[in-house]
Design a protein around this ligand. Structure first.
Ligand SMILES: Nc1ncnc2c1ncn2[C@@H]1O[C@H](COP(=O)(O)OP(=O)(O)O)[C@@H](O)[C@H]1O
Ligand SMILES: N[C@@H](CCC(=O)OP(=O)(O)O)C(=O)O
Length: 408
């Protein structure tokens, strides 16, 4: 079994994301039997001693039937109305289903700011940590009802990758309606199945579509691939599999504790399983080598601050660097000086996050800029001795700068 699969099977803290298409029926609305089957697998993993966080899509899809709408609306306001109605159905269904195992769920509705803004993510971190310590299964979704087009994650794959980093998860499992990553859309006969992704070279032949077959999901395989890259480059192994294979994908290599014990750190549920609660089906010993696609962790875990910098929701401008400056900041990890800047775009203030690009426009790094946009045009291309004394400092300090992995 690959190292990535072993890591997923051994993970003590695991984030599992499930897409809308895996929770709904062909005619719309939640499919209780698919939801229960997913919960069976999650409860089994929890009983094997792992802390489980579920990122679940499906609010918009679940809201369509109660509102008498037959297909996914295109306009934001109707999507938000559907999400408002559907989220309630969704968490109610989860609460009922997890209760079969005497497990309590907690709902977290997050906006992009909650996981990418430094001032907010500590708050989200605290909430997750407390919920997990209390033995609760957090069920996460984007706060669709207040998210606007500009500030939306849009797809929960990315949200799940950000949450996995935020809570220090050991693995991320992305469950979808397709059994693995293919070289192209599996509806095409020439698409080849990929079992292991050790590094970027294994993805060279892959074309990932942006729409799914179901019509209820959002990002297609492209958003799953982007999320898998994001997580694996930050040191988190990823397993992409079909929700129908959830039991195998979530199989644990841990020796299952006694049936009454729950996730490690639980202070509430230990020994409190009610007489009526079911015992989850036993877990097998780790995901079989053939389930889904496993992505090895390629990078190392970034500090919360660097992760925030690299993946902050939006940068407010861009600085174009000449070749020497690109080499200095990306390879030698130096600060960016005015002399190496060839262009300035955007309307930013000192302290904002900006993209740093090469002369061809490719983003090579991100950083916190130390000057307002209006100050920079007169400074760029000049060496320090040709700058006013108060301007003789780094435009982006090395401590505030993170080179972006080439593939994210
Ligand atoms: N290279 C690919 N490998 C696998 N699936 C792909 C690929 N390109 C496109 N797809 C499509 O992406 C779909 C999954 O995306 P989506 O329906 O948005 O899932 P979810 O609702 O689980 O988020 C698959 O059903 C498949 O049709
Ligand atoms: N937040 C939205 C889901 C967005 C989303 O990413 O959907 P999907 O592609 O099915 O994972 C909802 O709950 O309907």
């Amino acid at each position: 079994m690959s190292q990535a699969r072993q890591a997923v099977a051994a993970a003590k803290r695991i984030v599992v994301k499930v897409g809308s298409s895996s929770l709904t029926t062909a005619i719309g609305g939640l499919d209780p039997s698919r939801l229960d089957a997913l919960v069976d697998a999650l409860a089994a993993r929890s009983a094997a001693g792992s802390q489980v966080v579920l990122v679940s899509s499906g609010a918009i899809a679940a809201g369509l039937a109660p509102l008498g709408i037959s297909k996914r609306p295109k306009d934001l306001a109707t999507q938000q109305a559907a999400a408002s109605v559907g989220q309630l159905e969704l968490v109610h269904a989860y609460a009922t289903s997890f209760a079969r195992y005497d497990l309590t769920v907690g709902q977290l509705l997050l906006t992009a700011d909650d996981v990418v803004r430094r001032s907010h993510y500590r708050n989200a971190q605290r909430t997750f940590s407390r919920l997990l310590a209390l033995g609760v299964v957090p069920v996460v979704n984007e706060n669709d009802t207040v998210a606007t087009d500009e500030i939306r994650f849009g797809d929960n794959d990315r949200l799940a990758a950000l949450v996995a980093h935020l809570i220090g998860a050991d693995a991320l499992v992305l469950l979808s309606d397709v059994d693995a990553l293919y070289t192209g859309d599996p509806r095409r006969s020439d698409a080849r199945r990929i079992t292991e992704v050790a590094d970027e070279s294994d993805l060279a032949d892959v074309t990932a579509g942006t729409t799914g077959a179901s019509g209820v999901g959002t990002g297609g395989m492209a958003s799953k691939l982007a999320a898998a890259r994001l997580a694996s480059s930050a040191g988190i192994p990823v397993l992409l599999a079909s929700a129908a294979d959830a039991a195998s994908a979530l199989a644990s290599s841990a020796i299952a504790p006694s049936p009454s014990a729950t996730a490690s750190g639980s202070v509430l549920a230990s020994g409190s399983a009610s007489a009526s609660a079911s015992t989850p089906p036993p877990v097998s010993a780790g995901a079989p080598a053939s389930v889904g696609t496993a992505f090895a962790a390629t990078g190392s875990r970034l500090s919360a601050r660097r992760f925030w910098l690299a993946h902050a929701a939006d940068s407010t401008g861009r600085l174009t660097l000449d070749d020497g400056a690109v080499a200095a900041v990306v390879t030698r990890r130096r600060s960016l000086l005015a002399a190496g800047i060839a262009g300035v775009d955007g309307d930013f203030d000192a302290g904002d996050v900006v993209d740093l690009t090469d002369l061809a426009g490719k983003v090579v790094a991100r950083g916190v800029v130390a000057f307002d946009a209006v100050e920079l045009p007169a400074m760029i291309g000049r060496s320090s001795q040709h700058l006013a004394p108060e301007q003789r400092r780094e435009v982006v300090h090395a401590d505030d700068l993170v080179p972006l992995p080439p593939r994210s």
